[in-house]
Ligand binder design. Structure first.
Ligand code: KG4
Length: 336
């Protein structure tokens, strides 16, 4: 089965073609350079750039896959969650295409597709497993019971880990996307020089809270500025990275143990973080878990993961009609 996937939930216009789970093409048009000027994604600009880019991106995905539009068996699209104007561009394009081809339309939840990024490279990975899903807008610990059956064990109460990285990086003077640049510049953490709080979540033991940590870092930088003191950015970046990784890794391992799962996976843009990948893998293997992490090219937003998840959604009978809408928020365990 050949599935064309389309992704436009944030600042990447992407299209990919997969044949039975094999990637034939994977095209991404990134808007990062344009949003960099503003220090973050400007939603209206994102929607306009998606509108301009989408037909060329989809065309290139079809041509690079060595197929024609007639070969496509189904059109899959990210319909939630994300920036609403951005999502609507992809959803409407996909609807038009599926209607004109007379082929099924498959709605794909953005976070489910991040989990599915692991299946592309590792077809041996099969549910059930535990997944730490860390992106710019979400931080979840999920029991993946089946390809389309998710049980959320923990989630952030406020900011996502990616948001914490992005906002603290911005306060350090690093350019957008902050998480990536913070990871690049971080050298050695010094927890004596920069003491940062560890957030507690009294109930909901696998829930996260990153806003206090974010505020503490921003206050630390402002206080230093007011005193005319220099911030050692590489050391502060490493200290923040270490703290965020400590929190993510501790909770993930504890949740896997309590849930009795034997396999741990990580997914989402923040799974590109070098320390998180290295330490979580080492800790998981040490405790006897199997560990999976997507290759860097599938950590951030892409359409190959959308088409991958679509294989499982269509098997579960999850198709949509011409009335498909886009949603800015929708839990990963939504029911149709
Ligand atoms: O999954 P994603 O591409 O978009 C969403 O669906 O949100 O995640 C983007 C997030 C941003 O916060 C970005 O700064 C973060 O992933 N990110 C990283 C790294 N690469 C991307 N954070 C820390 N270290 C990285 N290497």
């Amino acid at each position: 089965m050949i599935i064309l996937g389309i992704e436009s939930s944030c600042d990447e216009t992407a299209a990919a073609v997969l044949r039975d789970g094999q990637v034939l093409s994977n095209i991404i048009a990134s808007q990062i350079e344009e949003h960099k000027i503003y220090g973050g994604v400007v939603p209206e600009i994102a929607s306009r750039r998606h509108s301009e880019a989408i037909s060329q991106v989809v065309d290139k995905a079809v041509v690079d896959a060595g197929i024609t539009y007639d070969d496509i068996d189904a059109v899959a699209v990210t319909f939630a969650p994300g920036l609403i104007g951005a999502l609507l561009v992809g959803v409407n394009f996909a609807k038009g295409l599926s209607m004109s081809l007379g082929k099924p339309l498959i709605p794909v939840h953005h976070l489910r597709s991040h989990v599915a990024a692991n299946y592309i490279e590792f077809p041996e990975l099969k549910p059930p497993f535990l997944c730490l899903l860390v992106s710019g807008g979400n931080t979840h610990i999920i029991e993946v019971r089946d390809y389309t059956d998710f049980n959320v064990l923990g989630r952030t109460r406020d900011d996502a880990a990616g948001e914490c990285f992005d906002k603290t990086a911005r306060a350090m003077g690093l350019s957008y996307p902050g998480g990536v640049n913070l990871d690049k510049i971080a050298t050695v953490a010094d927890t004596e020089k920069y003491r940062l709080p560890t957030p507690h979540s009294p109930d909901g033991k696998y829930d996260f809270s990153f806003s206090g940590l974010k505020t503490a870092v921003i206050n630390l930088i402002h206080n230093a500025e007011q005193k005319g003191a220099e911030i050692d950015v590489p050391v502060l970046a490493a200290t923040v990275r270490q703290k965020v990784c400590d929190i993510l890794i501790d909770k993930t391992l504890a949740a896997a143990e309590e849930a009795g799962l034997k396999t741990i996976a990580v997914a989402g843009g923040v799974s590109a973080n070098s320390e998180l990948r290295r330490r979580l893998e080492a800790e998981a293997l040490k405790r006897g878990y199997k560990f999976y992490c997507p290759p860097l090219k599938y950590c951030g937003d892409n359409a190959a993961m959308v088409a991958m998840q679509a294989f499982h959604e269509i098997k579960s009978g999850n198709t949509a009609g011409a009335d498909l809408n886009a949603y800015a928020t929708l839990p990963i365990d939504y029911r149709k």
